[in-house]
Ligand binder design. Structure first.
Ligand code: ATP
Length: 329
């Protein structure tokens, strides 16, 4: 493949919430750039580094031994400043200073919103790579970090199950998912949860109580309910309280898994996804792609306009939700 020089120098940044596999994506971007004889820069701390001229020149050796590391060597940040026109003008001035004409933004929908606005204001070519554990981005089957987070959640819930079974307890386990129930649904199915509460579905306490009664009749003596952090019934503590009032005999506990879901060495699937998307993003820039996101759908690399990736919803698998209810009893 030849570099047709649609872009000549590129920069890569990670922004928003970090996710395992971001490093593998950085590595892929840097090494693909080197393959095509493109100069490549890393931008520190997301959009903050663009605004405050925090760039590092990156060659292939700068990304050695990071494919297996969680987090991001470029660090990530939420940058309220980048929401202002003045800060974005500074960012563009800095990119111009280095002669950078292509920008790879790894992050979630907030990161893509910033990239879209910047790409509309200036002639810098922008391309997004979906890096977030929530899997809430349209245009890709999986986002980078989602698979690792799922495995971390399942591993933790398996451990909780051991103690739940030993003591005949009911556990409410909160998993991450800012506005989405992908982690909850899939970790719930994989760990054999009795009930799964996600923001995409209107749940009611009465329905949940009905499930508990049904389970009791089938002889279940311990149960796990997996709850997405953004679920709409008031959160794990309120759920536990309401359940305790309805079933005074239940021994109820709450566990919030929290940030352990963000960390750790990325899974094989996330490393491969990140490698494909990092390569695809740079190759896409060279082919003239602009204001798009690189994603993988049914095993194929696809580019989705960033505007669409932000606007459309990545739908939950309704069938899996139904299956989970059948299999829980
Ligand atoms: P995650 O889904 O993991 O939280 P994210 O990319 O959605 O990741 P956000 O904090 O929402 O995380 O966004 C990251 C950054 O993108 C923001 O801190 C800000 O710098 C930039 N950004 C978000 N929205 C806008 C906007 N409307 N205009 C300019 N920049 C924005």
């Amino acid at each position: 493949m030849k570099n047709r020089k649609v872009v000549s120098k590129i920069a890569v940044l990670t922004s928003g919430g970090d996710s395992p596999g971001m490093n593998a994506a950085i590595r892929a971007v840097v090494r693909t750039a080197s393959h095509f004889n493109l100069e490549c820069y890393g931008v520190m701390e997301g959009y903050n580094g663009l605004i405050h001229d925090d760039f590092v020149r990156m060659g292939p050796r700068a990304v050695k031994h990071i494919i297996n590391q969680g987090g991001t060597i470029l660090k990530s940040a939420r940058s309220p400043e980048f929401r202002t026109r003045e800060a974005r003008a500074e960012a563009h001035k800095n990119l111009d200073k280095y002669g950078i004409d292509g920008l790879v933004c790894i992050g979630g929908d907030g990161t893509f919103t910033g990239a879209k606005i910047f790409g509309e204001e200036y002639d810098t070519r922008v391309i997004g790579i979906p890096g977030t554990i929530d899997n809430d981005i349209f245009g890709t089957d999986n986002t980078i970090g989602y698979d690792t987070a799922l495995n971390t959640a399942v591993d933790a819930i398996d451990k909780i199950r051991d103690t739940a079974t030993s003591h005949n307890r009911v556990f409410f386990v909160e998993v991450m998912g800012r506005d989405a129930g992908f982690i909850a649904l899939n970790s719930g199915v994989a760990s054999g949860a009795l009930d799964i509460l996600i923001p995409e579905r209107t749940d009611s306490l009465e329905e949940m109580f009905k499930t508990f009664r049904k389970a009791h009749k089938t002889g279940k003596s311990s149960s796990i309910v997996v709850v997405a952090e953004s679920e709409k019934l008031g959160g794990v503590y309120d759920l536990a309280k309401a359940t305790g009032e309805e079933f005074p005999d239940f021994d109820i506990r709450v566990t919030v898994l929290g940030h352990i879901q963000r960390g750790g060495s990325p899974s094989c699937a996330d490393r491969v996804l990140a490698s494909r998307l990092g390569f695809g993003a740079v190759e896409g820039l060279l082919r003239g792609e602009n204001k798009v996101m690189a994603g993988l759908r049914s095993g194929k690399l696809v580019f989705t306009p960033i505007a669409e990736a932000i606007k459309k919803r990545h739908e939950i698998d309704e069938e899996l939700l139904k299956i989970s209810e059948v299999l829980a009893m």
